[in-house]
Write a protein that binds this ligand. Structure first.
Ligand code: BGC
Ligand code: BGC
Length: 597
C-alpha cells in the first residue's frame, strides 16, 4: 500500500469504528454519558477539540465558519437580532448555525446562547418579565420557576438552547448598573430564587448559566477601566468573599446549572478570569462542579499580558470555553500554538472538552430531534403573559399609603402624569430588544396608562406626559410615574441616584392638580426619595416590571393586595449608598406595606 492509501484506510477505519460506537450506544442505553464522552474524545482531532471550546458572537461568524472551524457554540449578545426581528427569522438564523455544525464528521451539535435575562428579551414580541430585582421582592421561588420555564419555552422557540442567566451576584453598591439583574442583597434569597429559575430552565432542556462568578456588585467605585464600578476591583479577604458571595453559586451547582460565567472583575488585583484558585481549586475541586466555565464578553483580553499569554493564563486557570466577540480564527491559531509548545497541556484541553460535552448531553442536545419551528407560537403567548402579570403584581412594594390614597376605586377623574406612564421601553429597562434597551413601543406590551384605561372604564383617565398642567383639570387622584432611563451593565454605573428635575416637576404638577397623589417608581434600584415622599400620599416601587403593565393596576385597584417585600435595604442618603451603610435606612430589608395593616 502507498502511504496515501494507508492514511485513507486509517481515516475510514477510524470513522467506521466511531459510527459503530454511536450505533452501539443508540441500542445500548445503559452506557453512561461518560463513556459516550470518552469515545468522542478518542475520536476527536485537536482542532475539533479546540472548536468545542470556542463561543463566537453571531455578528462575527457565518454558518460556514462553524463548519470550517468545527465551532462548539454561537451566541447573540444584547441586541444580537436577525435583520428582521421576527420569531421566524430568529428560528431561521439559529437553524443555519446548528445545521452547519452537523455537516462535519462528528456532527456535534452546537450550543446557541442568548441573554434571556428577563424573558427572551432580544426577540420582538417576547414576553418581558420583571427584571430580577423585582422578582426578588416576590420571594416566590415557585413563581420564579414558572418564569424560568416560560422563558425557556420562548428561548427554544427560536432554536436557541442556552440562556446566559441567572445572575447570582450580591449587589452591595447601588450605584452599579447591574443591580436590577440581581435578585437581592441577601444570599439566601438569591440562592433560593436562583435555584427556582434554574429548575425552570432545566425542565425545558435549556442550559442555565450561573453568572458572573464571583463578587460582582462589590467592586470599588472608580476602579473600572471602561466604566466606574462594573468590571472593576474587588478588595476583600478570601474568607469574606466566601462568606458573603459563594452560597448562591453553591446552590446553582446543586440545582444542576451546567455552565458558570466568569466575571470580568478583579479580585485583590488579579482578573478573576485568570484566577486558578477561584476557578479550579474552589469551583471544580472543592465544590465539585462538573459543568464548564465560560468567559464573559471580551474578558480574556482584559488579563494583563499579550493575547497569547492571556489565553494560556485563563485556560490554565480553568476556563473551558471562551466567548469571542470578534476574531475566532486568531484565537484558534494562538491556542493551537500554545498546545503544540506545551504551554497548555493536553489534559487541560481534554478536561475542558469533556465538561462542554457533558453539559451538551445534559440538555439532551444529542437526541434533540424536535423541529423547534413549531414552537414559535410560544413567543409572547397569553399563558406566558399571565405568568408575567402575576410576577408584576407580586413584585410591587407599597412604601407609603396615607389618606387612603390606595386602592383607587370609583373615581370620576384620574390624572396620569409622566412620560414613563406610557413607555414600554422604560418599563422593561435594559436587555430589551437592544443591549441598552430603548424608549417607547420597542416591543408589544401593556403600558401603565393603557392598563389604567382598561381597568378604570368608568373614570375619565387624563394623561399629562410632560406635566404641563394644561390638560389637567382637578382630579380626585393623580398618579405620577417617574423613574430611570433604560441602561445596561457599566453604562448604568451612576454616581447619584436622584430623581431628575423633570420628575420632581411632575410630582408637583400632580400635587397641584389632584386631591391625592400616588407615586409609582420605575427603577432598577433604590433612588434617594426621602424628601419626595413628603409630597405624595402613597408610593409604590414597581422596579422594572416589563411588558405586563396590567399587573400594576391589578393591585392599585385593590383587586389584589400588595405582597412584595424589599429585597434590599433602601438608603436615606447618597452618603449611605457610598459607604454601603445599611444602618438606619429609609426602609428596612423586607419592608412592604399592604392594604389593611
Ligand atoms: C455580559 C454578560 C452577557 C454577555 C453576552 C457581557 O457583556 O456581562 O452578562 O451574558 O455580555 O451578551
Ligand atoms: C453586546 C452585549 C455585550 C456588550 C459588552 C455589546 O455590544 O451586544 O451583548 O454584553 O457589548 O460590552
Amino acid at each position: 500500500m502507498k502511504l496515501s492509501q494507508i492514511i485513507i484506510f486509517i481515516i475510514v477505519a477510524a470513522s467506521l469504528s466511531f459510527v459503530g460506537v454511536l450505533a452501539v450506544d443508540k441500542k445500548n442505553q445503559r452506557r453512561s454519558d461518560e463513556q459516550i464522552i470518552n469515545n468522542l474524545l478518542l475520536n476527536m482531532t485537536q482542532l475539533e477539540k479546540i472548536g468545542q471550546m470556542v463561543l463566537v458572537d453571531k455578528n462575527a461568524i457565518e454558518p460556514e465558519g462553524v463548519t470550517r472551524k468545527l465551532i462548539g457554540g454561537v451566541m447573540s449578545g444584547g441586541g444580537g437580532n436577525p435583520e428582521k426581528n421576527t420569531p421566524g427569522d430568529w428560528h431561521q438564523m439559529v437553524a443555519a448555525y446548528k445545521n452547519a455544525a452537523l455537516k462535519w464528521r462528528l456532527a456535534i451539535p452546537i450550543l446557541y446562547g442568548v441573554d434571556a435575562v428577563h424573558g427572551n428579551g432580544n426577540v420582538y414580541g417576547a414576553v418581558i418579565f420583571p427584571h430580577n430585582i423585582g422578582l426578588g421582592a416576590t420571594r416566590n421561588a415557585s413563581l420564579i420557576e414558572d418564569i424560568g420555564k416560560a422563558t425557556a419555552e420562548e428561548v427554544k422557540a427560536t432554536g436557541a438552547n442556552w440562556n446566559f442567566a441567572p445572575v447570582l451576584s450580591i449587589p452591595m453598591d447601588f450605584r452599579w448598573g447591574r443591580v436590577y439583574e440581581c435578585f437581592s442583597t441577601n444570599q439566601d434569597v438569591v440562592a433560593e430564587l436562583g435555584t427556582g429559575y434554574i429548575n425552570g430552565l432545566r425542565s425545558q432542556g435549556v442550559l442555565a448559566t450561573a453568572k458572573h462568578f464571583i463578587g460582582e456588585g462589590t467592586e470599588s467605585w472608580g476602579t473600572s477601566n471602561d466604566y466606574k464600578l462594573d468590571q472593576g476591583e474587588i478588595t476583600m479577604s478570601i474568607e469574606d468573599l466566601r462568606g458573603t458571595q459563594l452560597k448562591p453559586f453553591q446552590a446553582a451547582i446543586m440545582a444542576g446549572s451546567m455552565s458558570i460565567m466568569i466575571s470580568r472583575s478583579s479580585f485583590n488585583g488579579k482578573k478573576i478570569s485568570a484566577d486558578k484558585y477561584l476557578l479550579t481549586d474552589l469551583l471544580k475541586n472543592e465544590l465539585g462542579f462538573k459543568g464548564f466555565l465560560v468567559s464573559d464578553w471580551g474578558a480574556i483580553d482584559q488579563i494583563r499580558g499579550d493575547y497569547y499569554q492571556d489565553i494560556v493564563t485563563s485556560i490554565n486557570a480553568g476556563m473551558d470555553m471562551v466567548m469571542l466577540p470578534t476574531d475566532y480564527d486568531l484565537f484558534i491559531d494562538k491556542i493551537s500554538v500554545a498546545i503544540d509548545k506545551g504551554d497548555i497541556r493536553q489534559e487541560r484541553i481534554d478536561d475542558a472538552v469533556t465538561r462542554i460535552l457533558r453539559a451538551k448531553i445534559s440538555i439532551g442536545l444529542f437526541d434533540d430531534a424536535v423541529d423547534s419551528s413549531e414552537l414559535v407560537n410560544n413567543i409572547g403567548s397569553i399563558k406566558h403573559r399571565e405568568v408575567a402579570r402575576q410576577a408584576v403584581r407580586e413584585s410591587l412594594v407599597l412604601l407609603k399609603n396615607e389618606k387612603e390614597a390606595l386602592p383607587i376605586r370609583n373615581q370620576k377623574r384620574i390624572l396620569i402624569v409622566g412620560r414613563a406612564a406610557n413607555d414600554i421601553g422604560m418599563q422593561a429597562g435594559g436587555w430589551t430588544i437592544e443591549w441598552q434597551g430603548g424608549h417607547g413601543d420597542t416591543t408589544p406590551g401593556t403600558s401603565i396608562l393603557e392598563a389604567f384605561k382598561n381597568e378604570f372604564k368608568d373614570s375619565e383617565v387624563i394623561y399629562d406626559p410632560m406635566a404641563t398642567g394644561k390638560e389637567s383639570i382637578k382630579a380626585e387622584v393623580g398618579v405620577v410615574v417617574v423613574g430611570e432611563q433604560p441602561y445596561a451593565e457599566g453604562v448604568g454605573d451612576r454616581e447619584r441616584l436622584l430623581l431628575s428635575p423633570e420628575d420632581l416637576k411632575r410630582i408637583q404638577t400632580a400635587k397641584k392638580n389632584s386631591d391625592k397623589v400616588v407615586l409609582v417608581v420605575l427603577a432598577g434600584r433604590p433612588l434617594i426619595i426621602r424628601e419626595v415622599l413628603n409630597d405624595v400620599d402613597a408610593a409604590v416601587m414597581a422596579w422594572l416590571p416589563g411588558t405586563e403593565g396590567a399587573g400594576i393596576t391589578d393591585v392599585l385597584s385593590g383587586k389584589y393586595n400588595f405582597s412584595g417585600k424589599l429585597p434590599l435595604s433602601w438608603p436615606k442618603t447618597m452618603e449611605q449608598v457610598e459607604k454601603k451603610d445599611t444602618r438606619d435606612p429609609l426602609f428596612e430589608f423586607g419592608f412592604g406595606l399592604s392594604y389593611h395593616n
